[in-house]
Design a protein around this ligand. Structure first.
Ligand SMILES: CC(C)(COP(=O)(O)OP(=O)(O)OC[C@H]1O[C@@H](n2cnc3c(N)ncnc32)[C@H](O)[C@@H]1OP(=O)(O)O)[C@@H](O)C(=O)NCCC(=O)NCCS
Length: 215
C-alpha cells in the first residue's frame, strides 16, 4: 500500500497564510456543488439561519442549544466571522443555489496540525432533510480538505441515536471506527458517539466539487 507523504512546509507554513490549510481558514473559498454553494457566513444570513437554528429538533444531537432569539444567531455569525479573521478553523454556510437561502452549516470542529487531521460537523434545517444535501456538502468539503488542505485524516462523529448523520458519513466514504462511550456530555447527559473517518490514501475523489471565487 502506498503511503502519501506531504512536505511539512506545504502543510503548515505559518509565514504564508495564503496557502494550504491556513489559507483555507483565513479565506474560506466558495465551493460549488450541483445544488449547493458552500460559502462564508454573512451577517445578513441571520434570518435564514434563525429559521432553523431555533428548531430544538435540529439541535437535539448537536453540541449547541437551539437559538432562542435572532440575537443568538447574530452572535453565532459574529463568532464565525471572527474565526475567519484570525485564520482559525470555522464554518461555511450551506446555500441552496435555487433559492439563495442558507439552509445549513458545515465546518471544521477540530484541527490537529501535528496529526494532519480535522473533524467536520454539519447541520441542516428540517425542511431540507432527506434530499441528499448533507452528503453533497460533506463530500465537497472533504474533497477540498484532502486536495488543498492536504489533510491525512478526516473524522466525524455523531450521537449513536442519530443514524441519519451516520449514514451521511457512510455515503461519503467514511469508515465506522467504533463507539466512544460517553465521550461527550451534551444537554445534561453523557452520550455515546460513533466515530467515522476517511484517510487520504483510501479516499476516492469524486471530482464533483469545484472551487470558485473567494467570497
Ligand atoms: C443529520 C442530517 C445532517 C442529515 O442531513 P440530510 O441532508 O437529510 O442527509 P442526506 O439526505 O444526505 O442523507 C441522510 C441519509 O440518512 C438516512 N436516514 C434518515 N433517517 C434515518 C434513520 N432514522 N435511520 C437510518 N437512516 C436514516 C436517509 O435515508 C439518507 O440515506 P440514503 O440517502 O441512503 O437514503 C440532518 O438530519 C440534520 O441536520 N440533523 C440535525 C443536525 C444534526 O444532527 N447534525 C449532525 C450532527 S453529528
Amino acid at each position: 500500500m502506498s503511503k502519501i507523504t506531504l512536505p511539512v512546509a506545504d502543510w503548515l507554513d505559518l509565514r504564508k497564510p495564503g496557502s494550504g490549510i491556513r489559507g483555507i481558514f483565513y479565506a474560506p473559498p466558495t465551493i460549488e456543488t450541483a445544488r449547493l454553494r458552500l460559502r462564508r457566513l454573512r451577517m445578513k444570513d441571520d434570518r435564514d439561519l434563525y429559521a432553523w437554528t431555533s428548531d430544538p429538533e435540529v439541535a437535539r444531537y448537536v453540541l449547541w442549544d437551539a437559538h432562542r432569539s435572532l440575537a443568538d444567531t447574530r452572535t453565532y455569525i459574529r463568532y464565525i466571522r471572527g474565526l475567519y479573521r484570525r485564520g482559525l478553523p470555522g464554518s461555511w454556510g450551506i446555500e441552496q443555489k435555487e433559492t439563495g437561502r442558507v439552509i445549513g452549516t458545515i465546518g471544521i470542529m477540530a484541527w490537529s496540525p501535528d496529526n494532519r487531521s480535522i473533524e467536520i460537523g454539519y447541520s441542516l434545517g428540517r425542511a431540507w432533510w432527506g434530499r441528499g444535501y448533507a452528503a453533497e456538502a460533506l463530500q465537497s468539503l472533504m474533497d477540498l480538505m484532502f486536495r488543498e488542505g492536504k489533510v491525512n485524516r478526516i473524522e466525524a462523529q455523531c450521537d449513536v441515536r442519530n443514524p441519519a448523520s451516520a449514514r451521511v458519513m457512510e455515503k461519503c466514504g467514511m469508515r465506522r471506527e467504533g463507539i466512544l462511550r460517553e465521550r461527550v456530555f451534551n444537554k445534561g447527559e453523557a452520550v455515546n458517539v460513533v466515530l467515522y473517518a476517511a484517510l487520504a490514501e483510501d479516499r476516492k475523489m469524486t471530482g464533483d466539487a469545484e472551487r470558485t471565487e473567494k467570497d
